[in-house]
Design a protein around this ligand. Structure first.
Ligand code: ZN
Length: 464
């Protein structure tokens, strides 16, 4: 216990769920299944939370996942080519997939890749818009339900093809010329936060990459000598260009599909890491040919990480999760009364959507439905899922907490909170936090403590 008062830490330790599985009997081995389903939105559907509507399909959106069987309860992990899944929509995914896998909802880890040419799902927010007959639209609830059910069907069918899981594999490689931090210093020494996914600003292009995690990590699952799945993690906003109405899985989708074609028997799954403040801006001016160029660099790293694979026998795994109580944002413009006032016909449609998402989040927080931070612990390998648009500093902090372990991190889990920055970013008035952030300053210590608990990182406090 180094930072927190004893009572605070004890409450964490007492409330997190621990399902540990010791060495297995010969007759009850670990088993592993993979599944995929199409999750492409129809035309006319809200994109990036209702900022515009879909007009054409550039390439399909997919959900790719796995089920891990043989523990006290199955664990589901699924990566969805959507921008975000929030609040009651997130809970719906967890409930339906849990029923399909025969497990508990909190054992279902849903991450989105966070492409912006893709939809956001928030059912309560959409209900608030529809009941008022407003022009703004975030998502189609009927399409959402059909999609969740089709992913559940794929999951259920995959259980018949489950293979023995004997080993996991780890490999990593640096990604060259893709990621840069949104924050940069101009030559005059001014701090800016506007290095967006595509930028033509000379000072933003010239500045250093800033704080990033350059490593792509690949976690693989094996039945003896047969690889079953490769799950790759890299922290960058996954966009080359967006906003014209095309639906696309963007450059990570291209890289993943290329790997899938090269390794047909190995399910390729891609996850965006904690990249709320990381984009391709330094290396991307938005020209259309850059999509393929960024995909090629990501693909090269996936190939290199795979070549580096080291296998570890699986003897045990543990599932942990910790609650993450976040204070809702109540600064000017974010009170319930102000958000409700924006649900009016004279408000621009996207502003209606933002207000509705704020109210949906607020309803959930006020009901005490905390986000939970889950992790899968394989001993010397951890798989951690963090919520919303968590900033990359938390990914680096999580890895530093377990230097003895290969810590794989997916961001964009439960996304109702929006951006999840450090306290310093609030203090520096990061301009990205002017919208798409529905939490109050002060979340940093809470998130670090939840990470510390689920990574089993603080042995001193654990024994208290
Ligand atoms: Zn984003």
């Amino acid at each position: 216990m180094r930072i927190l008062p004893r009572c605070f830490l004890l409450s964490y330790v007492l409330t997190f769920a621990l399902v540990a599985t010791a060495a297995r009997d010969e007759e009850i081995p670990f088993r592993f299944a993979t599944f995929s389903a199409d999750v492409t939105v129809p035309l006319g559907h809200g994109m990036m939370g209702g900022a515009w509507l879909s007009k054409s399909i550039a390439d399909p959106l997919e959900a790719n996942g796995f089920v891990l069987l043989g523990g006290d309860a199955p664990v589901v992990f699924v990566s969805v080519d959507w921008c975000e899944i929030r609040n009651d929509a997130y809970e719906r995914w967890q409930k339906v997939l849990a029923e399909a896998a025969g497990t508990k909802p909190d054992h279902v880890l849903v991450t989105t890749v966070h492409q912006h040419d893709a939809p956001v799902a928030d059912l309560e927010a959409e209900r608030l818009l529809r009941v008022r007959k407003l022009a703004g639209t975030i998502c189609d609830p009927d399409f959402h339900e059909r999609t969740v059910q089709s992913v559940a069907k794929a999951l259920r069918e995959s259980l018949n093809t489950a293979r023995s899981l004997t080993h996991i594999g780890t490999g990593q490689a640096k990604v060259e010329k893709v990621a840069s931090n949104r924050r940069y210093l101009t030559v005059e020494g001014d701090i800016r936060f506007d290095r967006t996914s595509s930028t033509r600003k000379p000072s933003a292009i010239a500045a250093d990459e800033g704080v990033i995690d350059p490593w792509l990590k690949t976690l693989s699952f094996w039945d003896s000598d047969t690889p079953l799945a490769a799950v790759s993690f890299y922290a960058v906003h996954p966009m080359s260009y967006y906003g014209a109405g095309e639906v696309s899985a963007d450059f990570p989708g291209i890289a993943r599909r290329q790997r899938q074609a090269e390794t047909p028997g190995v399910k390729q799954i891609y996850c965006s890491g904690c990249s709320g403040n990381v984009t391709a801006g330094k290396y991307n001016d938005g020209a259309r040919e850059n999509r393929a160029a960024l995909a090629a660099r990501l693909h090269d790293a996936m190939v290199a990480a795979w070549k580096e694979t080291q296998k570890h026998a699986v003897h045990r795994f543990a599932f942990r999760s910790a609650p993450l109580p976040l204070e809702p944002r109540t600064s000017p413009g974010y009170t319930i009364a102000e958000l409700q006032a924006k649900l009016a016909p004279d408000t621009k449609p996207f502003q209606q959507c933002l207000a509705a998402m704020g109210l949906s989040w607020r309803k959930r927080v006020d009901a005490g439905r905390n986000i939970r931070v889950p992790a899968l612990d394989f001993g010397d390998v951890q798989l951690l899922l963090l919520p919303g648009e968590t900033y990359v500093q938390f990914q680096l902090a999580a890895q530093a907490m377990r230097p003895d372990s290969f810590v794989c991190i997916a961001g964009y889990g439960e996304a109702g909170c929006g951006y999840l920055p450090t306290d310093k970013h609030f203090a520096e008035h990061d301009t990205n936090l002017e919208d798409w952030c529905w939490i109050a300053p002060g979340s940093e210590a809470r998130l670090l403590n939840a990470i510390r608990v689920v990574l089993n990182a603080d042995q001193d406090s654990k024994q208290e």
